[in-house]
Design a binder for this molecule. Structure first.
Ligand code: PGA
Length: 262
């Protein structure tokens, strides 16, 4: 089992160019504080290039060790899709990762498991590593449907991926009720769903492969709750929204995960 912890910052639709540059430079300069953890920054699309330069990843490899990721992409490689960005473009500006199927994309922009699946395949075909998000709403959890919802999302979003595809894929479990609300899942609640996701990956490929796939938790992760989450056996990192906008908080979370090596 060799799962290097991975902490990604989802900046969402925040910051301006100067602030994006400043935050990326601060994280790059202090990445050594969380050297055991793989770090990924996912700025808004117009600032990918700026952040790539700040991380030194414009040419594809990053001397700072901090990887660049995008927040979304289209499933076609090029064409008449006004307003969209394609996987080869993301690769071209230095991205290694792309977040797919975030709950905001699913609920506000109508993304289905089928769409997320097409995007995941396109990302992998282009050489990007997808961070595929799943998670239940409060209503679904209170109705006892968490397992069913997450099972449908995992099976649908990852359908048809080969073992080698799955190995490059990161799954992010983000309970919708915990995103941006300050209500973090308890470490046990998160661990239970992570174990479920790993079992589903075992069925999609094999238990050996599933043991190698990294599963992040997302939803109100902060430096003061990261250590408890990181201590769970199936939580391999975090997808961080609000707290990723401050270098101190982001690096504090990453350092907490680094103290719990796989
Ligand atoms: P949050 O967002 O950390 O602000 O809750 C997490 C996410 O949406 O990825």
């Amino acid at each position: 089992m060799d799962r290097r912890k991975i902490v990604a910052g989802n900046w969402k639709m925040n910051l301006d160019r100067a602030k994006a540059r400043e935050l990326a430079a601060a994280v790059a300069a202090r990445a050594g504080e969380a050297a055991a953890t793989e770090l990924v920054l996912c700025p808004p699309a117009p600032y990918l290039d700026t952040v790539a330069t700040a991380l030194g990843s414009a040419g594809g490899s990053s001397p700072s060790g901090v990887a660049l990721g995008a927040q979304n992409m289209h499933d076609k490689a090029s064409g008449a899709f006004t307003g969209e960005v394609a996987a080869p473009m993301l690769l071209d500006v230095g991205c290694r990762y792309v977040i797919l199927g975030h709950s905001e994309r699913r609920t506000l922009f109508g993304e289905t498991d089928k769409i997320v699946n097409a995007k995941a395949k396109a990302a992998l075909a282009a050489g990007l590593m997808p961070i595929v998000c799943v998670g239940e709403t409060l209503e679904e959890r209170e109705g006892g449907r968490t397992e069913a919802v997450v099972t449908t999302q995992v099976n649908g979003s990852l359908a048809g991926l080969t073992a080698s595809d799955l190995e490059k894929t990161v799954v992010a479990y983000e309970p919708v009720w915990a995103i941006g609300t300050g209500k973090v899942a308890t470490p046990q609640q998160a661990q239970d769903v992570h174990a479920l996701i790993r079992a589903l990956l075992g069925k999609l490929a094999s238990p050996t492969l599933a043991a190698r796939v990294r599963i992040q938790y997302g939803g109100s992760v902060k430096p003061d709750n990261a250590a408890d989450l990181a201590s769970q056996p199936d939580i391999d990192g975090a997808l961080v929204g609000g707290a990723s906008l401050k270098a101190d908080d982001f690096l504090g979370i990453a350092a907490a995960f680094g103290r719990h090596p796989a």
